[in-house]
Design a protein around this ligand. Structure first.
Ligand code: FMN
Length: 336
């Protein structure tokens, strides 16, 4: 396998590993948990709709913990003015990157005329990107599919990438399958259309100066390395949420940081205790944090019982912090 060039020496590889935006999963609590596991991975927010930012509760939509950096704000929308405003807000809030969602096929998102359906309108996407780029000094990046519906030729993809690159997009995160806008729901659209990594490899070959990141179906560290052998980065979604500790060696493997020892589950749970305490002091529930902690222990004797105790304890209304302390203590007693 080719050696992985250091991110320091190759500007297209500044973020060789990232955790995908996932609505309902990658909220600030999960991101803080993931940061205990990798100090380097680029983390993405859930998609925030630009219109909601314009009219809605900005603090609730944008707040995060400083430990989450490097952190990208993913926005959804199709109105250049609203997207420009969202990019400005993201910069004012201290985010490190603004990402435009061009890959979501849900009906709700299609009804708003954004997400994956915008791949049919590359010139309009170009106008959106231009508006965002001129309103922020942060990198503006895009996350998209190979194509949609019957528009799925490689040439179409290349044209789409060229137009958005000319408009100023700085990284292309390619979910390496097409999306069917009619007929498949979002979940099916993440499994049924076949993965075509060869298109992503070809894109990198054809546009070597662009930063291209592969997303879709990467489930192991070996998969991540393979992605890096063909392009500039690996973005992992479901396998990061479902198995966060599987990625405990990312900092060493992808960023050349050798000093960090992969954390134990007990250490991660312990690190989440002061964070959960602060969240509860602001009026939040233990469950908001604990529901993500559950994924830390899997495939070892007693894992299911541990998850059940933590889940049942943390779900109770008014659950107190000692539930998390007990969960950490139990892991430590078993040397985990
Ligand atoms: C529950 C869930 C929510 C998602 N929400 C978003 C989202 O808000 N924005 C986005 O661009 N993609 C979203 N995705 C797609 C993922 O970012 C990713 O592209 C997809 O899951 C494929 O990567 P994977 O095979 O590593 O999971 C979501 C995926 C899942 C499973």
């Amino acid at each position: 396998m080719p050696a992985i060039p250091s991110p320091r020496h190759d500007p297209t590889r500044r973020h060789p590993f990232s955790v995908a935006p996932m609505l309902g999963c990658t909220d600030r609590h999960f991101r803080v948990l993931m940061r205990q596991i990798s100090g380097e991975a680029l983390l993405y927010t859930e998609m925030v709709v630009a219109q909601a930012l314009h009219y809605g509760h900005r603090r609730r939509l944008l707040d995060y913990d400083p430990i989450e950096h490097p952190l990208a704000l993913q926005v959804g929308g199709d109105d250049p003015l609203l997207l420009a405003e969202a990019a400005r807000m993201g910069e004012a809030w201290g985010y490190d990157e603004i990402n435009l969602n061009l890959g979501c096929p849900s009906e709700r998102v299609q009804a708003g005329r954004f997400g994956a359906c915008l791949m049919a309108e590359p010139d309009h996407v170009g106008r959106c990107i231009e508006a965002m780029v001129t309103s922020t000094s942060l990198p503006v990046t895009v996350k998209h599919r190979l194509g949609i519906d019957h528009q799925e030729s490689y040439d179409h993809l290349l044209t789409f990438v060229d137009i958005t690159a000319a408009a100023g997009a700085q990284r292309f995160i390619v979910h390496a399958r097409k999306a069917w806008l009619k007929g498949l729901n979002p979940k099916e659209n993440r499994t049924i259309p076949p993965l075509r990594y060869d298109w992503v490899a070809r894109l990198k070959q054809d546009r070597p100066n662009l930063s291209i990141v592969l997303n879709g179906g990467l489930t192991t560290m070996a998969d991540g390395r393979q992605a890096l052998a063909m392009c500039d980065g690996a973005m992992v979604g479901r396998a990061a949420y479902d198995h966060p500790l599987r990625w405990a060696e990312v900092d060493g493997a992808f960023y050349g940081r050798s000093s960090r020892h992969p954390p134990r589950p007990s250490a991660v749970v312990e690190a989440m205790i002061p964070y959960a305490e602060a969240h509860m002091a602001r009026g939040g529930r233990l469950w908001d944090v604990a529901r993500h902690v559950l994924q830390l222990v899997q495939g070892v004797p007693g894992a299911r019982a541990w998850r059940r105790r933590l889940g049942e304890g943390a779900m109770v209304r008014g659950a107190a912090l000692h539930v998390l302390r007990q969960a950490a203590g139990e892991l430590k007693r078993h040397g985990r």
